[in-house]
Design a protein around this ligand. Sequence first.
Ligand code: ADP
Ligand code: MG
Length: 295
Amino acid sequence: ATMPPLLAAIANAGRHGVLVKSAVVMERLGTITRVAFDKTGTLTRGTPELAEIRSVSDDYDTDETLRLAATAEHPSEHPLARAIVRAARDRGLQLPLVDDFTARPGRGVTACAEGRSIEVCSPSALAEPCAADTAAANAIVEFHARGQTVVVILIDARPAGVAAIRDQPRRDAAVAVSACEAVTGTAPVVLTGDSAVTARQLAAQVGITDVRAGLLPDDKVGAVHELQTAGADVAVVGDGINDAPALAVADVGIAMGGAGSDLTLQTADAVVIGDELTSVPTILDLARRARRIVI
Ligand code: ADP
Ligand code: MG
C-alpha cells in the first residue's frame, strides 16, 4: 500500500533530520512564505567563545570578574553562559556554589554567591547609573564594533567587567538562508535579542539584510505578528527559551534540537534533530511538493 502524501512527507522529513510533530504541521509547512531565524544558536553554531574580558573596576581584576560571572552563569543553559563557564575552567578558576539563581530570558542572569549579588546581562538591560559608567560604556562600544556579543558583569549592582563573546555562523547558514529564499520567494529575517551592530555583522555574513535586534522574548512575538499582519505565513526557527513565545505564535515553530532548551523543543511544531540548518529549506520544499499532490 502507498502512504498518504502527508505521511510520506513526514517520513521523508525524518530522513532529512527533522521531526515534524503532526500531519497538520506538515501541511502548514507547505504554505510558509517567510522564514524568521533567531541568531544565537540558530544562525550561529551555539558554541561561542570568550574573546576578551575586561575589568572596569579597581575592586575586581579580570580573573575575579570571570570567576564570579561563571559562578552566576553555571546553572544557565544559554550558549553565552556556557562560553563564560568554559573560559573560567580553562583558566583553572574554582567556582563556588550559587545560593540563588534567576534567568531572565533575553536579558541575562542574576545570582548570589559568597555573600555578593552577581548579574551578567545584556548592555541594553543595564539600569541608568550602570549604563553611565564610562569605562564600561567604552568597552561596550569597542566590543560591539568588532561584531562580538557583549555582556556586562555587575557585582553588588556595580559594573565590574565587560566581556566580548565571539560566535561563528554555522557552516551551512548562508546556504540555508539562500535556499529558504529560493523556496519561499522572500528574504529571511533575523530576530535577535543581541545588539543591532553585532547582529547586522553576523546577518551580513549569512546573506540577511532584514535584522530586528534588541528584542526581548515578547518583542519577538510582536515581530512575528507584524510579518503575519503583512500577509505572510511565518516559520520561526530558534533554539532558546527566549524563542519559545515566538515559536508558539508562528504558523510553524521550528526548534534546533542540538542544544535547544526543553521548553523550546516542547513548544515547537517541528524539531531539527540533525545539526543542519539546511534541513529547514529542505522540508519547506518537501512540504510544498506534498501539498501539490494532496490538492
Ligand atoms: P538571541 O535572540 O540572539 O538568541 P538572547 O535573546 O538569548 O539572544 O539574548 C539576548 C541578549 O541577552 C544576549 O546578547 C545577552 O546580551 C543577554 N543574555 C541572555 N541570556 C544571557 C545569559 N545567560 N548570560 C548573559 N547574557 C545573556
Ligand atoms: Mg538563540
